[in-house]
Design a protein. Structure first.
Length: 295
């Protein structure tokens, strides 16, 4: 596999800050996202490279390994361990009788990894593939029910089920859909982080929903019935006489689905906001004046 310069992929310098990396990734991810470039193989490949680059460079530890080992950064710990063990072997043999050639130490070094021959650059040790990270942007309504979605990863389409109740910022793991394993090792995993936008009139707090409902003065004072919106339809509420501004009511089970708890929902909390009538007629003003005198 050809070496990929992750700094070049993101269009940043090797001295770029964490903020610069994040900014560059978001800009390019939006530009090349498969949803915005359907059936565009070039964009798919670019999107994959962008995610790989971000996975490495946005992690301080991975970035250090990459800067040190380049394309072999994922095997850095194994290389360091082998180097350390080789040095111990060398110290052990120092002072003992016999002469050990460079080839002898290469054999020792290689045997630590099941016959890995470093002198010829042939790597037979098996390593897990690179994990990938991706961000999936959804609307709040998209996660009110379980639904399936097709994602493009490594130029392959995978069908996943997005569980109802997923929260903004939550990450799920799709096993085996990361980078290809080295020398027959297992594939890496795909980690999907959800960015959930809320353009509804409901505020979400975990499983509960909150909203404000306008209430006219007359219904607030005398009581009556009122149709109000919930997240999945309308319900009729009975308003008690003399309801005060700011009164809160709870509609049990009318909130958001609980994550991976089928059939279970949070609650909906409604706050009444009483609207004072405007543009009163002369007759209305007269009636309010009479009411004022009575009070």
């Amino acid at each position: 596999m050809a070496f990929i310069d992750y700094y070049k992929v993101l269009g940043i310098a090797k001295t770029a800050s964490e903020k610069d990396i994040k900014k560059a990734y978001r800009k390019l991810a939006r530009k090349y996202h498969p949803d915005l470039n359907p059936n565009d193989k070039v964009a798919e490949k670019k999107f994959k490279e962008i995610n790989e680059a971000n996975e490495v460079l946005s992690n301080a530890e991975n970035r250090k390994k990459y800067d040190t080992y380049g394309e072999h950064w994922q095997n850095s710990e194994a290389y360091e361990q082998a180097k350390h063990q080789q040095q111990q072997q060398q110290r052990t043999y120092q002072g003992q009788s016999g002469t050990y050639s460079e080839k002898d130490f290469e054999d020792i070094f290689g045997n630590m990894f099941g016959g890995q021959d470093f002198s010829r650059g042939q790597r037979s040790a098996r390593f897990k593939g690179q994990d990938f990270n991706a961000e999936l942007q959804l609307e709040l309504k998209d996660v009110y029910e379980d639904h399936k979605r097709t994602l493009t990863v490594n130029n392959k389409n995978i069908r996943i089920t997005i569980p109802a109740g997923v929260e903004n910022g939550q990450t799920i793991k799709i096993k085996g859909h990361g980078g290809k394993g080295v020398n027959g090792g297992p594939n890496g995993d795909l980690y999907i982080q959800f960015a959930i936008k809320n353009h509804s009139k409901f505020k979400r707090d975990k499983d509960n929903l909150y909203t404000n409902v306008d209430l006219d003065l007359y219904t607030a004072m005398l009581g009556g019935d009122l149709m109000v919106d919930t997240f999945n339809g309308k319900v009729k509420l009975t308003i008690k006489p003399e309801t005060q501004n700011g009164t809160k009511v709870k509609l049990k089970g009318k909130g958001f689905p609980k994550y991976k708890k089928e059939g279970q929902f949070g609650d909906l909390y409604i706050t009444y906001q009483i609207k004072t009538p405007t543009k009163l007629t002369d007759k209305e003003k007269e009636l309010f004046t009479q009411l004022q005198k009575l009070r």
